[in-house]
Design a protein around this ligand. Structure first.
Ligand code: CS2
Length: 490
């Protein structure tokens, strides 16, 4: 017989070692609206919040918003918003039932309901994890891409916006019209200077229809920067079965995550906020050095391992770092990155790198290289290219960084080392592949074709002969030697 579905009525029947919410869910008030209710937020922000919810009436329940599809709502609604978060560590796996998400709205189905939730007087924070491409950013300027089709659509439909930027601007406009204070906008995506970046995008959007609104947002709302970290692979059917076995309940939307977590938040809120520091969040005045460290060490090496690991035939990050050729490369890659990072008092970058190796090697976390390889056109310029730029400015070589970019280039071509097709997921996948095919077989021509994508590489790096040469060498080595040998040689 299959076990009962997780819901408020069945939660108490979970196995005795499953951690239950320690507060009265009926007394939670929704103070946070979260845009982009994916696995990451449910295993990170929602858990920090879960950890600080008090037994008394608590104003920090969360309304989740899906910006595209109804799937997440369809899975969570029959469970009354409850889901299992399972910490996957070989020594002591731990399952808990999470109650901080009170409900899920689907923006394309009912944008009015989303705007109403964002405009409600009790909503003090709107947080976001919507992935890099959802910011509709013009990479050349760091400002809004006003020609983006989704932005054009939202500008023409002010009552029914669908992008995160359009929703934020519309909700802030409503709050202003109602004489309410704005909310704090908490960007939790892997973008450098994410708070300031998002503030600019929302102001740009507002200015396209109402200059005074743009000024009001600039003067009244706050957009703290954050650095978020926890490894949370996409949930699979096997994960659902494992959680069922571990808890005795069927959950259609569990999340699996590592034990490690980090959340560094710029302490700049319009109004109240949950006492997240009680759960270990670091509230600081300057997040930038933490962002640099995390984006340029963790996310950069993740992307490098995703492309090179995939090409070398490794399905997961754990498999990739178990390959001595790639583990050795990883250490040399970090050795190119760390000298470019700002110092962080009390933090050893070598120690950070060692922790990353242990985290990546966790066999209980099946983080697919294919998953991390997604949207490379959006990720390279945040994770890898700034370090390359800075090293070249100081006259330093970039062989390992260039190999990571070459791995992306090989991957974007859509054919793996054994001639099999790669399912490339990227907003520029079609254009990139066409340009690479048209360039012919010569490495130098392929590199030239890729560097023609100014949205990825900008104008300066493609004009930098040392970068072009390093990338061409690395790409040629991948073709000539294969990925593992190229990673060992460079
Ligand atoms: C990963 C990140 O998918 C990716 O691109 O690099 O999601 C990474 O797992 C997180 O940023 C870790 O905090």
């Amino acid at each position: 017989m299959s076990p009962p579905r997780l819901s408020p009525a069945t939660a108490a029947a979970a196995h005795a070692d499953v951690v239950q919410p320690r507060y009265d869910r009926a007394r939670l008030r929704p103070g946070i609206v979260h845009l982009g209710l994916g696995a990451f937020f449910r295993a990170h922000g929602a858990l920090y919040t879960e950890d600080v919810l008090a037994p008394d009436p608590d104003p920090w329940g969360i309304i989740g918003v899906s910006l595209q599809r109804p799937d997440q709502r369809d899975r969570l609604a029959p469970q009354g918003g409850l889901y299992v978060a399972r910490e996957c560590e070989a020594d002591a796996p731990l399952s808990r039932i999470v109650g901080s998400v009170l409900g899920v709205l689907v923006a394309p189905e009912d944008p009015g309901a989303v705007l109403a939730a964002m405009t409600a007087p009790e909503t003090a924070i709107v947080s976001l994890t919507v992935t890099e491409k959802a910011y509709c950013l013009d990479p050349a300027t760091g400002r809004l891409d006003a020609a983006h089709p989704a932005i054009i659509r939202d500008l023409a439909n002010p009552l029914a916006p669908r992008t995160a930027i359009g929703l934020l601007a519309a909700a802030l406009a409503r709050r202003r019209a109602a004489g309410r204070a704005p909310f704090t906008v908490l960007c939790c995506d892997n973008l450098m200077g994410n708070g300031r970046l998002l503030a600019g995008l929302v102001q740009d959007f507002a200015a396209l229809s109402d200059d005074r609104l743009a000024r009001w947002i600039a003067g009244n709302a706050t957009f703290p920067a954050t650095m978020v970290d926890r490894i949370v692979p996409a949930t699979t059917a096997e994960d659902i079965a494992a959680v069922e076995l571990a808890t005795g309940l069927h959950d259609a939307a569990p999340v699996l995550h590592e034990r490690f977590r980090q959340w560094v938040i710029e302490d700049r809120f319009v109004g109240a906020r949950p006492p997240w520091e009680r759960a270990g969040a670091e509230l600081v005045s300057d997040v930038a050095p933490y962002e640099h460290m995390k984006l340029r060490m963790l996310n950069a090496s993740h992307s490098a391992l995703a492309y090179l690991g995939y090409l070398a035939g490794h399905a997961t990050i754990a498999e990739a770092v178990a390959d001595p050729a790639l583990a050795g490369y990883l250490r040399r890659l970090w050795a190119e990155i760390t000298p470019m990072l700002p110092a962080l008092p009390g933090v050893s970058l070598d120690g950070y790198a060692e922790t990353l190796l242990t985290r990546y090697g966790n066999p209980a976390i099946r983080h697919r290289t294919w998953q991390i390889a997604m949207d490379g056109s959006q990720k390279l310029r945040v994770r890898l290219l700034p370090t390359i730029h800075e090293r070249l400015q100081r006259g330093l070589p970039v062989p390992c960084l260039a190999l990571a970019v070459a791995g992306w280039l090989r991957y974007a071509g859509g054919i793996d080392e054994r001639g099999g097709a790669i399912e490339v997921r990227d907003p520029l996948a079609g254009e990139l592949r066409a340009a690479l095919e048209a360039a012919g077989a010569e490495p130098a021509a392929k590199v030239r074709a890729a560097l023609g994508f100014a949205a990825i590489f900008g104008a300066e790096l493609p004009a930098e002969a040392r970068f072009v040469a390093a990338l061409t060498d690395a790409y040629a080595a991948l073709l000539r030697l294969g990925t593992r040998a190229a990673a060992q040689t460079l």
